[in-house]
Structures are given as structure tokens and as C-alpha cells.
Design a protein around this ligand. Structure first.
Ligand SMILES: C[S@@+](CC[C@H](N)C(=O)[O-])C[C@H]1O[C@@H](n2cnc3c(N)ncnc32)[C@H](O)[C@@H]1O
Length: 426
């Protein structure tokens, strides 16, 4: 049976157990070989929705059932169905019927009537339960309490909009490759194909309907790449000039690598320690017809990959909590723990130390994360500057299309959350 709700529930139950959603999808879709593309996209949509609103779904389940559900797949199936009843356009009748059939498939003897009872009970009490939801902050915003508290602490004014934006659908943003086309020409192309869009910046636009990458005009020929508007700032801030020797530290899957090479004729070394992810950089560069020296190595083991030529520019896009891109990676908020932030900060500090030695005097290093937690961002930079008299922070500014607070891009309608600190070596 290839029931989209059932496959989604299967994936949601794995995330509840602590597994990464993308890896779960890969394994599950290998397992369900005969699934149609339509069933697959519905299953993905449902799994994303159920996980995005997991706090809310689990709150409703708790109110409707007195004891804990021991069967995790049934709990996950209820989450999927509750997401549909609260946020999707399917009729209540269809959602309940499909969920009952899926439940019978999980356990014939009792699950069908159990799921039927819980969901019908929810529909009867929907208004009352939705009012009660407002009294439980973690359930209402659908984030763990520690996450909400940290966002409140870091953003006394914007905390609520940050949480709410994190539960929205992410925009599909394109970066125009100015080596091949320009905004005007590309807009003409979209108009010819009746594809709706909105312009974000001079090389950025958002496609307003979901579109598979292979169907995006000019994508396969390298005219455009999919990249968030906030992520597009990295290469611009680096102030790249022809002839420079540059390092893209932590490069995979290569979104920023391609952009750096589109901007100027630079010699670029691009490193990542994950072979399969580095392969994506290779594929991206082939599509764009650009070239970098790819190295699969641990960045901090400098003597294993460095040829002793100092760099003019370094982009350090450090591993982080990814709290700024939670609307794209909906499982992150449930998988991370507060101690992870300290762990990332330690790793980020070690990477900064290692990369600083490789920068020329007068050269620039851009420290980037897709985190919105201060502990991985300005706090790391302030400490670093305190410890290095040859490091100076360069202030940067942007147009009003960006929601920015000092070095932090705050997740908005236009872009994800990113942190950029530009350092110059004296
Ligand atoms: C935030 S992602 C980079 C995104 C990339 N810059 C882009 O724009 O597409 C961080 C990357 O760092 C890599 N990474 C983590 N630790 C590393 C290490 N010690 N050495 C090299 N790469 C590392 C991860 O494999 C991951 O691909």
C-alpha cells in the first residue's frame, strides 16, 4: 500500500525518535520503490507540515487522549491528520477516512477505530481546543520552550515574528548568473513561459509557485541557481576582484562557491570534509561551467590540503545550528539541544583560528552562519577580535529589502536568517 499519509507518518515517527528528516526521506523512498511522483510529493508535503506544527499536534493529542500513545506510528499518523485538519484544504471527511485506512494498515485490530474516535472528537471540539492552544506557548508557536526563550532573549522586539516566520513556507529564490544573462532578459523568459515571480534585488527573484528545479527556465544551462536572497549576500560582501586567490571553507553543496566564481575571475580552493556533499559542489560547478580546486578534507587539518599560498579572501561558512533556516529544515528545532549551541561555538572558534593563519595581511575573511543564536554569531566574533590584535571588523550595510540588525539578517518574507561578520587582517 502506498498511502501518502502512511508514508508521511512513517517519516514523522522517525523524526520523533530523533532522526534527520532528509535522511529518513532517502531511506523511505528507497523502500517504497513503486510510489508515484504525485504520491511522493504529497507525502513530503504532509511530513513537512506535521513536523513544522509538531508542538501544536502533540498538544491536541494530549488534550484528546488521557494516556501516552505507545505506538509511535499511530501518534505520527494523528499528527499528520491533525496538520491537515488545521492547515490544509482537504475536507475533514477525506482526512479522517484516509487516516482510518492508514491506521488499519499499521494495526488491523484496534488502530482504525482509535484514530477515527480521536479525529472525530477533535473536529467536534476544534474551536475550544484552538482557544486552549493559545495558553501553551510552546504548543502555540510549535517550538521547544528552550528555543523560544533563547529567541526572546536575543530578540526582545522581533522574537514573535521570527518564530512565526519560521513556520511559513520558504520562498523559492533564484540567483541570476550575470556571466550568462541579466535580470531583464531573464524576466522576459519567465514572462514568455507565464511563470509568476517577484523581483527581490538586481540579480534575485522569487518564483511564486513551487517549481521543480529541472523545470526552472535556464537552470540546467547555468543561467540561474536556487539560492536564498540572504545567502546571496555572502559572495557580494567578500569584495572579490579578478586575480585574487580565495578560499571557500566549508563549501558544500556549493551555493556560495558558484556565486563567488560568477562575480570575478578568481582562483578558488573549495573544501568540504563530506565526500558526497562535495560531489554536489562539483555538479553545481559543471552546470555553471565554472571551476574551483575541490578538496575533500578536514579544514582544520591545514597541513593535509594547504599549498602554503596565503589567501586574499576567505569565506568561512561555518557549521551551525541552522536556526535561521528552520522553515526549510523543519526537523531542526526538534532535534537540536541547548548544549549543541556551545558545541558549535567551540567548533566555529577552532575553524576561525585555523583560517586566520591562512589570510594575507590586508585580506578579508567573511564569517557566516545560518544561525540566529547570538552564541554562534557575534559572541564568537567578539571573543575572536579580543584575542587577535591584527583582526578588525569591517561594517557592512544593505538595501531595505533586507531585515537586518547589525551583522544579523533576521528571517523575513524575503530571506532566511544569516549572520555575516567581515574581518580584515592588519
Ligand atoms: C553551512 S554548510 C556550507 C554551505 C555552503 N557554503 C553553501 O553555500 O552551499 C557547512 C559545511 O561545512 C562542512 N564541514 C563541517 N565541518 C567541516 C570540517 N571540519 N572541514 C571541512 N568541512 C566541514 C559540512 O560538511 C557542510 O557541508
Amino acid at each position: 500500500m502506498h498511502h501518502s499519509q502512511l508514508i508521511a507518518a512513517d517519516c514523522v515517527s522517525e523524526v520523533i525518535k530523533g532522526h534527520n528528516l532528509n535522511q529518513v526521506f532517502e531511506r523511505r523512498f528507497d523502500h517504497h520503490q513503486n510510489i508515484t511522483p504525485q504520491q511522493k510529493s504529497v507525502a513530503i508535503f504532509l511530513a513537512y507540515g506535521a513536523i513544522r506544527f509538531l508542538g501544536e499536534n502533540q498538544f491536541f493529542i494530549q488534550q484528546l487522549i488521557n494516556k501516552k500513545i505507545t505506538n509511535k506510528k499511530i501518534e505520527a499518523l494523528l499528527c499528520v491528520a491533525l496538520f491537515q485538519l488545521n492547515h490544509d484544504q482537504s475536507t475533514d471527511f477525506t482526512v479522517v477516512n484516509e487516516a482510518v485506512e492508514a491506521a488499519k494498515f499499521i494495526n488491523k485490530s484496534w488502530a482504525g477505530s482509535f484514530v477515527n474516535g480521536v479525529l472525530r472528537n477533535f473536529i467536534r471540539q476544534k474551536e475550544k481546543l484552538q482557544t486552549e492552544l493559545k495558553n501553551d506557548e510552546a504548543a502555540f508557536y510549535s517550538y521547544p520552550s528552550w528555543w523560544i526563550n533563547l529567541i526572546k532573549e536575543n530578540y526582545t522586539k522581533d522574537w514573535e515574528s521570527i518564530l512565526l516566520n519560521g513556520n511559513k513556507h520558504p520562498p523559492l529564490t533564484l540567483r541570476i548568473n550575470e556571466r550568462k544573462t541579466n535580470l531583464k532578459q531573464y524576466e522576459e523568459k519567465l514572462k514568455c513561459e507565464a511563470i509568476s515571480y517577484r523581483v527581490l534585488g538586481n540579480i534575485a527573484l522569487e518564483l511564486t509557485q513551487p517549481t521543480a528545479v529541472e523545470k526552472i527556465p535556464g537552470f540546467m544551462d547555468g543561467e540561474v541557481s536556487v539560492q536564498d536572497f540572504g545567502a546571496q549576500l555572502a559572495a557580494k560582501l567578500l569584495d572579490l576582484q579578478d586575480g585574487q586567490i580565495c578560499l571557500d571553507a566549508c563549501s558544500a553543496p556549493g551555493g556560495k562557491t558558484g556565486h563567488m566564481l560568477e562575480i570575478a575571475d578568481i582562483e578558488l580552493v573549495s573544501i568540504d570534509h563530506q565526500k558526497d556533499r562535495l560531489y554536489k559542489v562539483k555538479e553545481n560547478l559543471e552546470r555553471l561551467h565554472l571551476h574551483a580546486h575541490l578538496k575533500c578534507s578536514d579544514l582544520t587539518a591545514v597541513n593535509t590540503w594547504w599549498n602554503e599560498k596565503l589567501f586574499d579572501r576567505i569565506l568561512l561558512d561555518a557549521p551551525c545550528s541552522a536556526s535561521g533556516v528552520v522553515r526549510r529544515h523543519v526537523d531542526i528545532k526538534w532535534l537540536r539541544r541547548p548544549r549543541n549551541i556551545e558545541m558549535f561555538a567551540k567548533q566555529q572558534k577552532a575553524m576561525l583560528e585555523a583560517m586566520w593563519q591562512l589570510l594575507k595581511k590586508g585580506g578579508k575573511l567573511l564569517y557566516a552562519t545560518c544561525s540566529i543564536f547570538n552564541g554562534e554569531n557575534q559572541k564568537v566574533i567578539d571573543r575572536f577580535i579580543k584575542d587577535h590584535i591584527d583582526a578588525k571588523e569591517v561594517k557592512w550595510s544593505v538595501d531595505s529589502e533586507y531585515s537586518k540588525y547589525e551583522n544579523q539578517l533576521i528571517p523575513s518574507e524575503n530571506h532566511d536568517g544569516f549572520f555575516y561578520a567581515l574581518l580584515e587582517k592588519n
